[in-house]
Design a protein around this ligand. Structure first.
Ligand SMILES: [Zn+2]
Length: 113
């Protein structure tokens, strides 16, 4: 799918310049958006009993350059993610980062909180 790096617009195959920016379209998303990659496989690396711990681990992983996503058993449309103590929160990372993420999490837990 041709994609404009200037405005982020996607165009039909066969279009090679962005009509808005007059910029050359590229075939793939730029690598600085790995979380937008539909081919990335997410692997669950940790299940936290609450949002607070999940957010700490998320920050830890992101400080190591690992992008992660949180998911909860409780639908977000009903219960906002900010509310603590309602169901487990699962932390997933792309499979390429999974091994390193598990290491980082277990290291932080050995060090103690
Ligand atoms: Zn454009």
């Amino acid at each position: 799918m041709p994609y404009c790096v200037e405005c982020g617009g996607e165009y039909e195959p066969g279009v090679d310049r962005c009509p808005d920016c007059d910029s050359q379209l590229v075939e793939t998303m730029p690598p600085e958006n790995p979380d937008a990659d539909p081919d990335a496989t997410l692997v669950e690396v940790y299940s936290s009993p609450g949002d607070t711990e999940a957010l700490i681990i998320k920050g830890l992983l992101e400080s190591e350059g690992i992008i992660c996503s949180l998911s909860s058993d409780v639908p977000h449309s009903v219960v906002p993610i900010e509310i603590d103590g309602l169901g487990a929160v699962r932390i997933s990372v792309s499979d390429a980062d999974a091994e390193r993420a598990v290491e980082i999490i277990s290291r932080s837990q050995k060090e103690g909180n």
